[in-house]
Design a binder for this molecule. Structure first.
Ligand code: GLY
Ligand code: MN
Ligand code: MN
Length: 365
């Protein structure tokens, strides 16, 4: 990963904002800009320098993960506010951006009190904006995270039995992603059977999946840095006409959306493509979330595939964006169906990074 280039791109953004520097407080933004993965550490970056503000627990880790980077290790008992003050003063910064979404009000007040000569400017989404466009080595790592998740699903599916509980299956997925080389699951897996599949983010329970007609499984792998996020809805036993209709609607909605993905298309149009299919089938109000989200160092990052929010500019898809496409229909007291895949926006259209079977016939156990 070329961290120097990433920092230079951020510097160009800062210049355009009239900022002399930025205090990067979000852990994943720090990782993105340096490769450092420890906690409780900030990065101060300015026109011709940067320094990682950390503590003695991470001295060696910083040397290992970001050799050559300037590091300031605060003494035992020293505060982050004091470390920031020193670094800002020694870089002689007068107008400093601070990531408004990632510091507490308390920290901001303490820092403001110690930096009275400095104008602190609250910023939103500067590094996140860069993170939306994945470089080839990032795409390779997301592919790896998808591969681990898919292999784990295959192993879980091979051992699937009605006596197993939702919780057991969730644990199996966690174990299998690790056995295929992942560091962990990218989030606690969702395994929801029967009526509980109508809860889009159900927590697995110690109840056997039994003969539930549907089992919704949403899981992912963290390959070390990058994440994956997939959903399949397993169909067990006899498939009712209604279940068939719901499943085919969600499947068609996903196909339509994926077909709509290419550079220059507004993200909301992709959402609309799926939403229309579901609305036409009469379940428009039963698809209560956005169609998808960006995926990278975080499971949820920009861009959001959904209706444009008030006071926000429309997002246009660009090559290098990686997004999930996850339409769903959730009918309280009956059950739900969701299908989620990971898609890369390419120069000419898109590429599906995930490849597990998903047609109705293929999901019948
Ligand atoms: N697993 C959370 C999501 O699909 O966004
Ligand atoms: Mn998911
Ligand atoms: Mn998702």
């Amino acid at each position: 990963m070329d961290y120097t280039e990433r920092r230079d791109r951020l510097r160009r953004l800062l210049r355009r904002q009239g900022l002399e520097g930025l205090l990067v407080t979000d852990r994943l933004n720090v990782t993105y800009l340096t490769g450092f993965t420890g906690e409780d550490s900030f990065l101060l970056i300015w026109a011709d320098g940067q320094v990682l503000l950390t503590d003695a627990r991470f001295t060696e880790q910083a040397e290992e993960e970001c050799p050559g980077l300037d590091v300031a290790v605060r003494p035992v008992g020293g505060t982050m506010v004091e470390a920031v003050r020193r670094a800002v003063q020694s870089a002689r910064l007068g107008r400093l951006g601070i990531e408004a979404e990632n510091v507490s009000v308390g920290f901001f007040d303490r820092l403001s009190a110690r930096l009275q000569q400095v104008e602190l400017v609250k910023t939103t989404g500067l590094v996140e904006q860069l993170r939306q466009i994945k470089q080839p080595e990032e795409v390779a790592r997301i592919r790896q995270a998808v591969w681990q998740a898919e292999r784990a699903f295959g192993a879980m599916w091979a051992g699937l039995q009605g006596e197993k509980t939702e919780l057991q299956l969730a644990h199996e997925l966690e174990m299998h992603v690790r056995s295929f080389g992942a560091r962990a699951s990218s989030f606690p897996p969702i395994v929801a059977s029967g009526e509980r599949s109508a809860l889009p983010h159900a927590r697995p329970k110690p109840i056997p999946i039994g003969l539930s007609p549907v089992v919704l499984v949403d899981w992912g792998a963290n390959e070390g840095l990058y994440q994956s996020d997939l959903t399949r809805t397993l169909l067990l036993g006899r498939i009712s006409a209604k279940l068939r209709r719901v499943y085919q609607t969600v499947y068609q909605a996903q196909q339509k959306a994926i077909f709509a993905i290419r550079p220059g298309v507004p993200a909301e149009e992709v959402d609309k493509a799926a939403r229309q299919v579901i609305a036409q089938a009469g379940w428009g109000r039963r698809f209560g979330h956005s169609l998808g989200h960006g995926l990278g160092l975080a499971v949820h990052e920009g861009p959001r595939l959904g209706p444009t929010r008030r006071n926000q500019a429309a997002v246009l898809l660009r090559p290098g964006m990686v997004v999930t496409v996850e339409p769903g229909v959730y009918l309280p007291g009956w059950g739900g169906v969701r299908i989620e895949d990971v898609v890369l926006v390419t120069r000419t259209g898109c590429e599906l990074l995930s490849s597990l079977p998903k047609t109705l016939e293929e999901m019948i156990l």
